[in-house]
Design a protein around this ligand. Structure first.
Ligand SMILES: *[C@@H]1O[C@H](CO)[C@@H](O)[C@H](O)[C@H]1NC(C)=O
Ligand SMILES: *[C@@H]1O[C@H](CO)[C@@H](O)[C@H](O)[C@H]1NC(C)=O
Ligand SMILES: *[C@@H]1O[C@H](CO)[C@@H](O)[C@H](O)[C@H]1NC(C)=O
Ligand SMILES: *[C@@H]1O[C@H](CO)[C@@H](O)[C@H](O)[C@H]1NC(C)=O
Ligand SMILES: *[C@@H]1O[C@H](CO)[C@@H](O)[C@H](O)[C@H]1NC(C)=O
Ligand SMILES: *[C@@H]1O[C@H](CO)[C@@H](O)[C@H](O)[C@H]1NC(C)=O
Ligand SMILES: *[C@@H]1O[C@H](CO)[C@@H](O)[C@H](O)[C@H]1NC(C)=O
Ligand SMILES: *[C@@H]1O[C@H](CO)[C@@H](O)[C@H](O)[C@H]1NC(C)=O
Ligand SMILES: *[C@@H]1O[C@H](CO)[C@@H](O)[C@H](O)[C@H]1NC(C)=O
Ligand SMILES: *[C@@H]1O[C@H](CO)[C@@H](O)[C@H](O)[C@H]1NC(C)=O
Ligand SMILES: *[C@@H]1O[C@H](CO)[C@@H](O)[C@H](O)[C@H]1NC(C)=O
Ligand SMILES: *[C@@H]1O[C@H](CO)[C@@H](O)[C@H](O)[C@H]1NC(C)=O
Length: 599
């Protein structure tokens, strides 16, 4: 009897879990999450109280280390957003319940209201809070909602409070009959902390232009997904959309057209917008490759500019062109560039990325200051260039970043502070760590969101379908399942010393996290949201929560997919043009859309 009852309880429980998984509200999944089935409603006059342990309220303003913002102001703004978000969100989750089912709580029952949210910060913020290095400021938080409607948030830093508030808003839905806002999950107990300290999106704003308002919109979505870095790949071969007042012609000649460049004020506004949302915006100026556009303003600084035809001998993309490597003019230019740009961005970012990917050696056959493509000639020149740049970055109080080729192909000697961004393979993540450097993962076979939309170069007129079927170099598209399957630790081995992905266990903490990438050859503000979201959210969960459960097993993609579907609907409701995860028939569970293994 007992065991039968137990069994039937189990199957009921299983059915309930299949139909309405109680975690379905949250993305990314918290480290620890418990919930019930009690209903609590939002009082439209909900208030938030913010206090810091052992400090009088005036101390809340004592954590400002800048003229720009105080952490007190940042938390107040986050509270304001959470409050509006709760009342503005009109998300009715009908797509995730059986067709014609009555899944909403009755509106005529006695209601329990949430009237107040008590926020307790356990420690005063350090001065690093506004532009932390990876891991420097805790993002941990706890969140509880009792069945009687008491809500308590605790966090160690103000950034933890921002993360908690974003989680809080995800627990509520709008009721379809009276527009009231409720959560069906009380009591809720969440204890949360990120798995990786660096969780970023690399956004290319040079191949196509994005207005500042669009970048800010993207920062909103990043913050909701608990990303904490936006890497702006600010310049490339094709356009220079960044105003440098000391070198004005860079953007007046190098932007795609007048007005399509970021003024110092606009750049500061973007970075400040990120600071207010716990998303540190840092800048990359890629070099010595990917710099052809500089030739429009300063032709004497660029070798092999726009060679046609046969551009591919000199660059990965047209127009070809590389910063000359042995030219005093280049160093004068860089001095002016860094003196202008670095002090402007340093108040908002701990990092500055000096690029270094895809250096084409043949371009230097055409460099009148070098006239060689020999590795032995070029390597010391590139070392000098990178040392020069990194000296300026450090002097401005920032930590340099480079693409992996600088360390792994050119074997440069880099300072121990330098963070290496990997994109080519898991082996290169491991090799970077074995060389003692901090690394960001982001293998293009998994985390390039631009892959799979087809080649953007046309076949030459003389050719008959030479590139048929017109795939791009990293086809096929990386769907969310594939993105989710990858993690910075994906194929790292801490035991097999002869494996190319071997990393000593004691060095694992050099893997700071990673970035997903959106290169913009075929992306602009029109399709960006549907290309990036919700796939980037899959990486966000891997970076915040990992892709395995507490027992080290890969999470069920059935559960993850359903939750991602809910999150996609919530993002759409918030104005994000995110792509579809599954058709409604699947999410309403009319048979399920799980492969049966036969096809
Ligand atoms: C909210 O506040 C307004 C103005 O103070 C008041 O008129 C209203 O009754 C309050 N609503 C609730 C649900 O307490
Ligand atoms: C706060 O004050 C209490 C009582 O004085 C003390 O026990 C506790 O350690 C203090 N906490 C912090 C974070 O300073
Ligand atoms: C903190 O500063 C803000 C803006 O300067 C001010 O509005 C607020 O009253 C101050 N708060 C405290 C607790 O002193
Ligand atoms: C909430 O809606 C109001 C009015 O439509 C709008 O002004 C405000 O920006 C919205 N807030 C958020 C956080 O979307
Ligand atoms: C609420 O309405 C439903 C359906 O109209 C009814 O069955 C139920 O008894 C009502 N409950 C209360 C507490 O009035
Ligand atoms: C803050 O302190 C309280 C009381 O000691 C504790 O329960 C809570 O877990 C702490 N919060 C975090 C995020 O560490
Ligand atoms: C944050 O939470 C993680 C995971 O529970 C824990 O290892 C870490 O010590 C916490 N950080 C702080 C500053 O308490
Ligand atoms: C381009 O490359 C092709 C193939 O190597 C060669 O035959 C041709 O002469 C090259 N054209 C120029 C202008 O260098
Ligand atoms: C760099 O230029 C200087 C003269 O400006 C020349 O002496 C030197 O040989 C050049 N180095 C290389 C590697 O070409
Ligand atoms: C260097 O240039 C020569 C002449 O163009 C070419 O044959 C050779 O393949 C090039 N080497 C590299 C490493 O690109
Ligand atoms: C860098 O080291 C690798 C591995 O030892 C080697 O294959 C490569 O040729 C070296 N590159 C340079 C520029 O020395
Ligand atoms: C260790 O790695 C090497 C190289 O990849 C491989 O050949 C070998 O099978 C691995 N050993 C084990 C025990 O997995």
């Amino acid at each position: 009897m007992l065991s039968l009852k137990f069994l039937s309880l189990c199957s009921v429980w299983l059915l309930v879990v299949l139909h309405v998984p109680s975690s379905s509200a949250l993305w990314p999944l918290p480290a620890s999450y418990e919930s019930g089935e009690g209903v609590v409603w939002i009082d439209r006059n909900i208030t938030f109280q913010y206090a810091i342990t052992n400090h009088s309220s005036s101390a809340l303003n004592g954590t400002s280390n800048l003229d720009i913002a105080s952490s007190y102001a940042i938390v107040q703004a986050a509270i304001q957003r959470a409050q509006e978000r709760l009342l503005n969100d009109t998300f009715v989750p009908w797509k995730f319940h059986p067709r014609h089912s009555d899944f909403e709580p009755p509106t005529n029952a006695t209601k329990i209201f949430i009237k107040n949210v008590a926020i307790q910060q356990n420690e005063t913020d350090s001065s690093a809070v506004l532009k932390p290095m990876a891991g420097e400021v805790s993002e941990n938080y706890t969140l509880s909602i009792s069945t009687s409607g008491n809500v308590a948030i605790t966090a160690i830093s103000s950034i933890g409070i921002l993360r908690a508030l974003d989680t809080f808003t995800q627990l509520f839905y709008q009721h379809s009959t009276n527009a009231a806002i409720y959560s069906p999950y009380a009591p809720v107990t969440i204890v949360d902390a990120p798995k990786f300290a660096h969780r970023g999106l690399n956004m290319d704003v040079a191949r196509n232009y994005y207005p500042p308002s669009f970048i800010m919109h993207t920062i909103d979505v990043l913050a909701w997904n608990k990303f904490n870095r936006l890497h702006l790949h600010a310049t490339d071969a094709q356009s220079w959309p960044l105003d440098i007042p000391a070198l004005p012609e860079l953007s007046t000649k190098g932007a795609y057209r007048k007005g399509l460049s970021y003024s110092p004020q606009q750049l500061a506004d973007i970075q400040e917008y990120g600071m207010y949302r716990g998303v540190e915006v840092y800048i990359e100026i890629d070099m010595p490759g990917h710099t052809s556009v500089i030739a429009l303003a300063y032709p004497e600084l660029i070798a092999a500019y726009n060679v046609q035809p046969n551009w591919s001998t000199y660059a990965a993309e047209p127009p070809s062109g590389s910063l000359k490597l042995n030219s005093s003019g280049v160093y004068d230019f860089l001095h002016k560039l860094w003196e202008d740009l670095l002090p402007r961005v340093a108040p908002y970012s701990a990092y500055f990325h000096t690029g270094g990917d895809e250096v084409n050696q043949n371009a230097y056959n055409l460099d009148d200051t070098v006239r060689s493509n020999q590795t032995s000639v070029l390597q010391p020149l590139i070392q000098t260039l990178v040392d020069y740049n990194h000296g300026y970055v450090r002097a401005a109080g920032m930590t340099p970043m480079v693409w992996e080729e600088m360390l792994l192909n050119w074997n440069l000697t880099l300072g121990p502070d330098v963070i290496v961004q990997s994109w080519l393979s898991d082996e290169s993540v491991a090799a970077t760590v074995r060389k003692g450097h901090k690394v960001l993962a982001g293998n293009y076979n998994y985390w390039y969101l631009d892959c799979g939309y087809g080649a953007w170069v046309d076949p030459p007129p003389s050719a008959t379908n030479p590139y048929y079927p017109y795939f791009d170099y990293c086809s096929p598209i990386k769907n969310w399942h594939l993105i989710y399957s990858h993690s910075p630790f994906a194929s790292i081995s801490t035991t097999n010393t002869s494996s190319p992905t071997y990393v000593p266990a004691s060095s694992l903490d050099l893997i700071l996290g990673g970035e997903v990438h959106i290169w913009s050859e075929k992306t602009d503000p029109v399709n960006f949201d549907s290309v990036v979201w919700p796939r980037a959210a899959a990486a966000a969960e891997v970076l915040w929560s990992g892709n395995q459960d507490a027992n080290g097993r890969n999470r069920s993609l059935v559960e993850v997919g359903r939750r991602l579907g809910v999150w996609r609907e919530r993002m759409v409701e918030r104005g994000v043009g995110a792509g579809v995860v599954q058709m409604v028939w699947c999410t309403q569970d009319e048979g399920g859309c799980v492969a049966d293994g036969l096809g």
